[in-house]
Design a protein around this ligand. Structure first.
Ligand code: ATP
Length: 274
């Protein structure tokens, strides 16, 4: 397909009968095979935006298109969450085969396909284990294999490494980069970790809260493949990190000042940031 895999135009969404303005005027595209991260302070609407892209929530304003159509959960899209949410009564291979069955793969082909996917995430030897026998990092690998089993055009990841220890996180980031570059899947990746966003992405979308809107979109163009050419010690990386953290500090400070003001005036909530 030519053209973007995801297209957002002036997307807006509120909760609680309009009292919480979660997103406002969000517009950007994601191209096929592109890796885009969403970052920003807590409550700026990152998860809501992912849920709009995967069709779980309909926007109230604007338009969202995924592969040229109104999104709905289905085979073009796969989602990876902070915890893998595996089915505990099925083995690791069983969890993958379950998805392959939903996808309509004939029964005879499922075991070998499941094992190949587990091989791709370094878990071939754990096919017959149960989820509770695996570490958190291994469970996340299974979650990734399960998402890849869908053969999605778009992979949506909501803080997938946030609950892992630093070493496992680092290993999985590099594995994700390798899988992404081999498979040509577009990824939208939510994280609170600015270094992680810059390391992984080709573009970083910085959101600001109250209401959730785009503050800035930063292009990241370090040499690929980044699991070999780690850019994190380069001056360009350091200045990008400082820039993004500076913006986020300003937002958090402005938010705190607004809340103080709202308190001083006895208002029910902080006025909107301008
Ligand atoms: N189902 C809901 N009902 C009411 N309010 C909601 C709902 N979902 C999200 N919100 C509100 O919308 C705003 C954006 O929430 P969202 O979870 O998308 O932000 P986020 O950037 O992902 O936050 P975090 O980084 O803390 O996960 C917040 O003010 C949140 O309280």
């Amino acid at each position: 397909m030519s053209g973007p895999v995801i297209s957002l135009r002036n997307v807006g969404k509120s909760f609680k009968d309009g009292q919480v303005r979660a997103l406002q005027d969000i517009s950007f595209d994601v191209q096929p095979g592109e890796f885009v991260s969403l970052v920003g302070p807590s409550g700026c609407g990152k998860t809501t935006l992912l849920r709009i892209i995967n069709g779980l929530i309909a926007p109230e304003e604007g338009e969202v298109r995924v592969m040229g159509a109104t999104p709905e959960p289905g085979p073009d899209l796969a989602m990876v969450f902070q915890s893998a949410r595996l089915l505990p009564w099925l083995t690791v291979a069983g969890n993958i085969e379950f998805v392959l069955q939903l996808k309509g793969l004939p029964g005879g082909e499922r075991p070998s396909r499941a094992r190949a996917l587990l091989g791709a995430v370094g878990l071939r030897d754990f096919a017959d284990a149960f989820p509770h026998e695996l570490s958190g990092g291994m469970q996340q690998r299974v979650g990734l294999a399960r998402a890849l089993a869908v053969e999605p055009k778009v992979l949506l990841m909501d803080e997938p490494f946030a609950a892992l220890d630093a070493m496992t996180r680092e290993v999985l980031r590099k594995e994700l980069l390798q899988l992404w570059s081999r498979r040509g899947i577009a990824v939208v990746f939510v994280t609170h970790d600015i270094d992680e966003a810059i390391l992984l992405s080709q573009r970083v979308v910085l959101l600001r809260p109250r209401p959730g809107r785009i503050d800035e979109i930063v292009d990241v163009s370090f040499p690929e493949p980044r699991w070999q050419n780690d850019p994190r010690t380069s001056p360009a990386f350091v200045s990008m990190r400082e820039h993004l953290w500076g913006r986020i500090h300003d937002m958090v400070r402005d938010g705190a000042e607004l809340e103080e003001l709202a308190g001083a005036f006895g208002s029910a909530g902080a006025p909107e940031a301008v």
